[in-house]
Structure formats: C-alpha cells, structure tokens
Design a protein around this ligand. Structure first.
Ligand SMILES: [Mn+2]
Length: 318
C-alpha cells in the first residue's frame, strides 16, 4: 500500500485512535500529535492518542504536545486504529490488546525491522516516522500549521540526534526546512530536548558514565543502569534517553550498549553502532529489532549472564 492509499483509507473514518509505542519518545509523540492536529482541522473529526505510559515530563515545555490516554482510559469505540513509529506488537506494549480489537488497523513506521502486524502497513526507511507523517498529512490535504510543523520537527530532531546521526538525508533536511518555513521552532525544540535536563537525570548520568566498561580491545562499551540507581537519584527510566550517545562517542568504540534493569532480572538493551556491526541483527537474535545502527531488545536473566549473551552476539557480528 502506498502512502497515498493510507491517506485515502484514513479519510474514510471520523474517529481515529492513534497509538504511540512503549516508553514514548519524541518521534512517536511528534508523529501522533501532528496527525491529531491535522485530522482535527476538519469539523467533527476526532483523533485521540493512546500510549502505554504517560508523556515524559520533559515534553511538558512543548505546548503542541498534550496528554495521552492510557490503554485503560479508552472506553469509546473508534472507527480506525493507527500505530505510528511502532515496529512490532511488542513495541505497542500494553496497548497491543486494544490495537487489535479494531477491524481497521493501520501501521505507519520507519523501522526496517517492522513486522507488518496491521491490516494496512506502510513502512519506509526514513530517519524518522515524522518524515513519513509529513507526507501523509500532505496527501490528506490538511494544513501544516504551527502545531503540526512543530510536532513533526520534534520527531525529526530527536530521531536524528539533532541532525547528527548518519540517518540524516537530503530529504530529512528538506523536510526540516519546510517545517521551519511553516512555523516550527528548531531552537525551542532543541533546547527542551537537549539543554534543559533535570538535576536527577544529570546525577544519574554522571553515575552511569562512571561505571562504563570496555570489551574487545575497546571496541565495545557498555553502560548499565540498575533499579537501585533510579531509587538512589530519584530518577525515572525515561530519563536515560540519550545516555548511550556518550559511550558511542569514544574513539575506537564501534558498538555501544546500554543495559537497563526494568524489572527484577529483566534488562532493556539498547544498541548503537558506528557501522561495522549491524545491531539490528544482534537485537533480532533476541526477539528485538530496529535499525542497522540503532536497535533494541529485552533480555531476561541475571545481569552477568545477560551481559555475556549480548557481548557474544555482538562479537560474532564483527
Ligand atoms: Mn522513530
């Protein structure tokens, strides 16, 4: 199905429920709010957003990002369900059961590992899902006003690490340029995302970076965040977003790994590569996935075992 077909399909429905992924980031939230702002330009159209967790606090400074519903808050029936930036059933988390309840499900995403779990699927390998949603809104014939433009730029900025990752293409910059022209503020978004962290996050960051470990002659760097660390610094799990950029920035490091203890003996693994290792393959071998240079998965077990498993999987992919 083409993106235009998605727009034609979407136009049929007057009430739409938009799904964000587990541990929401700027791209899934930006995509969802852009589509909501665009759809609701037409009288009588209702677009609500559901997410397994509430919107993290750092987005509160951005007035175009509002509140989202938890799956348990959803009581109404919608004519269509659409997931944005969700590569797999697993990424929908606690919303998955709700997602599949509708006859009409749409999946719009930019992850190469996307599992095509919906009735209608559109996947394009772009730097951010927001780039795709920009195209979708144009096909819908809706105005890219201030709030739409800002929401979309949020996803572009966060998924490209402020235009520094190697997923940035001419199209990414073209999109960003058009969004700025239409009223998006790059400065406001970048400041809120990268230059205004909580003191709790700063303290947790210092602690985690202090515990960095190197393997394979310095080619692999691992950082670990334990449940006790969150308690010690009164920090929350969503605050670790971006931690992994530091180990990857070290000379000689080819793969950076973050192990975050989310529950007892359960670790959320994030992987970043400079190019020599396809970390999508590494993550896929544990049931996860993502992109060639940025991927993730969940592994159950004791810390040392989990660490050894992931090290072995990376080593054989060198
Ligand atoms: Mn994304």
């Amino acid at each position: 199905m083409t993106l235009k077909d998605v727009a034609i399909e979407l136009k049929k429905y007057s009430t739409v429920l938009i799904f964000c992924h587990n541990r929401p980031d700027g791209d899934t939230l930006g995509s969802a709010f852009a589509l909501k702002h665009a759809l609701e330009q037409v009288d009588g159209k209702i677009a609500d957003i559901v997410c397994p967790q509430p919107v993290p606090e750092k987005y509160y400074a951005l007035d175009f990002i509002g509140k989202t519903l938890l799956p348990s808050d959803v009581t109404k029936k919608y004519s269509c369900h659409i997931a944005l930036d969700c590569a797999s059933e697993m990424m929908l988390g606690d919303s998955y059961g709700l997602f599949v309840k509708n006859q009409v499900t749409i999946n719009v995403d930019h992850h190469v590992s996307n599992e095509r779990y919906a009735k209608f699927n559109y996947v394009d390998d772009r730097a951010s899902c927001c780039e795709i949603v920009y195209g979708l809104i144009n096909y819908l014939g809706r105005e890219v006003n201030d709030s739409v433009a800002n929401s979309l730029l949020l996803g572009v900025v966060t998924d490209t690490g402020n235009f520094m990752h190697n997923n940035v293409t001419k199209a990414t910059l073209q999109t960003a340029s058009e969004l700025v022209e239409k009223g998006a503020s790059l400065n406001k978004i970048s400041y809120a995302m990268f230059k205004n962290q909580k003191i709790e996050r700063a303290k947790l960051y210092a602690h985690v970076i202090n515990g960095i470990k190197f393997f394979e002659d310095g080619k692999i760097a691992i950082i670990s965040v334990f449940k006790r660390d969150f308690e010690k610094f009164s920090a929350t799990q969503d605050m670790t977003e971006g931690f992994i950029d530091f180990p990857l920035s070290i000379e000689g490091v080819e793969v950076a790994v973050s192990l975050m203890e989310t529950k007892d003996n359960a670790y959320k693994i994030s992987l970043r590569s400079k190019g020599k290792v396809n970390v999508n393959e590494v993550a896929s071998s544990f049931g996860g996935g993502g992109h060639v240079l940025a991927s993730g998965c969940l592994i159950h077990g004791f810390y040392e075992d989990v660490k050894d498993k992931i090290l072995r999987a990376i080593s054989i992919n060198f």
